[in-house]
Write a protein that binds this ligand. Sequence first.
Ligand SMILES: [Zn+2]
Ligand SMILES: [Zn+2]
Length: 349
Amino acid sequence: MLALQKRTPAPGLDLVEVPAPGPLAPTEVLIRVQAVGICGSDLHVEDFSAGYEFMVPLLPVTLGHEFAGVIAAVGADVRDLYPGQRVTVWPSSPCGVCAACAGGQEQNCTDKRTLGLMQNGAFAPLVVARAEGLFPLPDGVDFELGALTEPLCVAARAVATGGVGFGDRVVVLGPGTIGQGIAAMARLAGAAEVVIVGHDDAARLTLCRALGFDSVTDLVDPAGAAELHALAGSADVVFEATGRASSITDGLALLRPEGVLVATGIHHSDATFNPTTLVRRKLTIRGSHGSRRADWASVVDLLARHGEALRPMITHRLPLDRITEGFALARERSASKVMIFPPTQGSLS
Ligand SMILES: [Zn+2]
Ligand SMILES: [Zn+2]
């Protein structure tokens, strides 16, 4: 079968023929992938930028961790899941036995083997996942909306980490998929005002308007920079979803006293800020990464009720054999979520 793999610890990816998965372990499930999104982290893996050294001993690995599909087969010990069922998958599903899992902190599992980064993922027609990580999709949630579950869970966890509450003024730095999801989740959490900030990001900010956010600011525009400056010292919670270290510094300046900055980007360089500012203004910086089991149930439920309102997040759709074009699109600020569709059963070799 065709698969997009990271094969060597150097820049680049390979679209290659690989064997279909072998026999399932008792707690595993085989899934026929129906839709899979390209994530910013996939671009980092393609570049092989700093922070992905953990992959080196695991290569080759098929990428792809934001997906939905149909169960093709289940392992001998799997209960309550059956072939033909439509599902989405928590790619970092926990092992269930390590100290963190046993202590009720499964999101900190030390043996999580994330699909698409640490073991073969979903840029392929078939993927094997732990049964523990599967979430059935309600009838109204199609596969491409189902494939948005993972980034929306990351966004929901960031909003929970920030403690966004009723009436808050929230600023989201970065209008990509995670920024869009954070804005949507912050609004649901009761934020009175959500400002989304981009830099030379006309297309993605237009998309944010389509998602119902009117307060969008492009810093490449002098008026936009002035608008943001006017918000200095007033935000209850600021989210950094850019991966640019300077956004941490900029975000701190936007916070009111005792405000919270949540960092969600993957950064390649150090951030600089004056700690005295942090101390005197009693600011908090928190990191948020991945999601928790509870996020999955609530986001799947949210998609069943509000999925259509979120569908504009998907801007491009391509078959798996054109995924290289998809990666090029995902690098352009004109694209938002690029969705890939592997061949369906008939054309599987
Ligand atoms: Zn992702
Ligand atoms: Zn564990």
